[in-house]
Write a protein that binds this ligand. Structure first.
Ligand code: ATP
Length: 236
């Protein structure tokens, strides 16, 4: 059985009377691509915000490689290896691509900064753009830069929030190949609305609905699950 890298037990968060995340048990296996799906308002963003430490849970426990990180603030969870792309890696538009990635690498105490930046940019195929001002990049390249910044954090777990949103079809294909190339070195958890991407890319899928886990399984299992079809995918 695959080793569990990140685990949540009984995780809960309410806003007023609304249970955004309502007692979620979840296990992320090391080296997998795991997609988190569910209808709007299902609690996906709240759930990954709990994992990354951006918000604190009302109840439950989070462990990273067996270590309890529930009480750790977000920046310390990053250091332990949980990177949440849109929390950690907002781009500085006036800085160069290189300097943006260098800031991320530096925050993790990289000794060979230029080397670390080169590796991260190489992973996303952006070495040739190192000198460019980040704000002048195309949208697709900015998303890749965010990914490179996430990778420069050397994460055990990389959480991507709707990574293909706004990308053109060709860019989505490239993104899929890129994410595949990241595992098994890192583990990817992604919130994704594009079902084609989810079914093509994910090893396993967790479906949230009304803050609870509705189903969990392989793409084939999720596709065939009647509860998922009824709640989310439609029956056709
Ligand atoms: P989407 O796919 O639309 O992004 P989601 O699955 O990510 O949705 P969340 O954003 O986690 O869902 O929201 C879950 C529920 O919690 C929603 O009903 C939302 O309105 C509510 N909610 C989220 N954040 C807050 C907040 N800061 N204050 C109050 N309610 C919130």
């Amino acid at each position: 059985m695959a080793a569990v890298i990140l685990q949540a037990k009984g995780l809960a968060k309410a806003y007023g009377g609304l249970k955004a995340v309502d007692g979620v048990d979840f296990a992320l296996n090391a080296g997998e691509i795991h997609a988190l799906i569910g209808p709007n308002g299902a609690g996906k963003t709240t759930f990954v915000s709990l994992l990354s430490g951006r918000i604190a849970p009302d109840a439950g426990q989070i462990t990273l490689a067996g270590q309890d990180v529930t009480a750790l603030p977000a920046h310390l969870r990053v250091r332990k290896g949980i990177a949440y792309t849109f929390q950690i890696t907002s781009i500085y538009p006036r800085l160069s691509v290189f300097d943006n990635v260098a800031l991320a690498a530096q925050s993790q105490g990289a000794r060979d900064l230029a080397g670390a930046v080169g590796v991260a940019l190489g992973r996303v195929g952006m070495q040739g753009l190192a000198g460019q001002e980040a704000g002048t990049l195309s949208y697709g390249h900015q998303r890749l830069l965010e990914l490179a910044m996430g990778l420069a954090l050397k994460p055990k777990v990389l959480i991507l929030d709707e990574p293909t949103q706004g990308l053109a079809a060709g860019e989505i294909d490239d993104f899929g190949a890129l994410v595949r190339s990241l595992v098994p070195h890192t583990t990817v958890l992604m919130i994704e609305h594009n079902m084609e991407v989810v079914m093509d890319l994910a090893h396993r899928i967790t479906v949230l609905n009304f803050g609870r886990v509705l189903a969990q399984g392989t793409p084939a299992e999720i596709r065939a699950n009647p509860a998922v079809q009824a709640a989310y995918l439609g029956t056709d």
